[in-house]
Design a protein around this ligand. Sequence first.
Ligand SMILES: Nc1ncnc2c1ncn2[C@@H]1O[C@H](COP(=O)(O)OP(=O)(O)OP(=O)(O)O)[C@@H](O)[C@H]1O
Ligand SMILES: [Mg+2]
Length: 316
Amino acid sequence: MALDLRDRIAGRLRNLMTAAPEKGHRQATVLAVASNKGGVGKTTTAVTLAIALQRLGARVLLIDLDPQAHVSAALRVSPNASISDVFNGKLRDVCEATYPSAWDELDLAGSEKTLAETEVMIAAKIGKELLLDGALAVARTRYDLIVIDCPPNLGTLTLNALCAADHLLVPTDMSVLALEGVSDILTAVDTLRTRLGRKLAVCGIVATRFDKRTTHLNTAIEQSFADLYGTSVRILDTRIPQSSLVNKAHLAGESILDHAPTSPAAIAYKALALEVAPLIGLERLESRRTRPGGNALDATEPFVPEAVHAKVGQAG
Ligand SMILES: Nc1ncnc2c1ncn2[C@@H]1O[C@H](COP(=O)(O)OP(=O)(O)OP(=O)(O)O)[C@@H](O)[C@H]1O
Ligand SMILES: [Mg+2]
């Protein structure tokens, strides 16, 4: 604890001696991608959505808040700054912990294994859930969108993401256990709204690793979900199909959008970007789909093919 105090004083002195980070002129919307169930495609969704929305014209920051550091692994980058330093007070703002990716207009703020220790250290702090929110003040002015990939639990790091976020996207596979995970995180959102007054909006549930052949199971799960939540939270129209190409892209350190751009999974992720953009206040990106530079999504591409958007129950 004494070491923590010394670190904090050293951080404060450093902050006093260095200029405050300069503000930009943007106003980012913050999207947390979270579920307390592991392996449901949170990281794949956060990374691919960040790249797809960057290609639609947004300036994006992708924050890896998982000590497993899967974002860095998926994109084959080594962080040169640590998001831990934001939580332990050595850095003032997340924008001081960012580094560029291989994509224009997409920056990363990385995690590393020490983030797990940092989470333990901040656990006893009053207001520990609000540390990230406070450290996004300048970062928000430099980006259009900040995407946060969360660890598979409802610990302090995920709560920080939920308190900092304007919107929440919950990936889930169509299994009973995964949907129980959805229910847990939605309960946490309710608590944050009522007890901490957060204004977090649930953008939707996205079905990942979707197998349209298991029609009956999909229908049953979707029906139970509708019974439970009515229209207050909905499963998004875009389903991300189960595809071995997603794993292959992962192994190659590439996004599915580059690895297999015409595959159903890549097309589904482009469709998801188009479905999510207006839900999180990025509708203006729609008009930038065909911006010059060859990096935008092809406006003539069938983003929302029947196979992707087919309702559960009608699919198969
Ligand atoms: N649509 C898909 N089809 C097939 N495999 C997928 C799909 N989406 C993700 N995967 C694979 O599933 C595994 C878990 O995915 P991912 O890391 O995105 O999940 P996660 O929810 O972030 O996991 P964790 O809870 O450990 O953080 C990875 O090996 C990934 O390649
Ligand atoms: Mg992950």
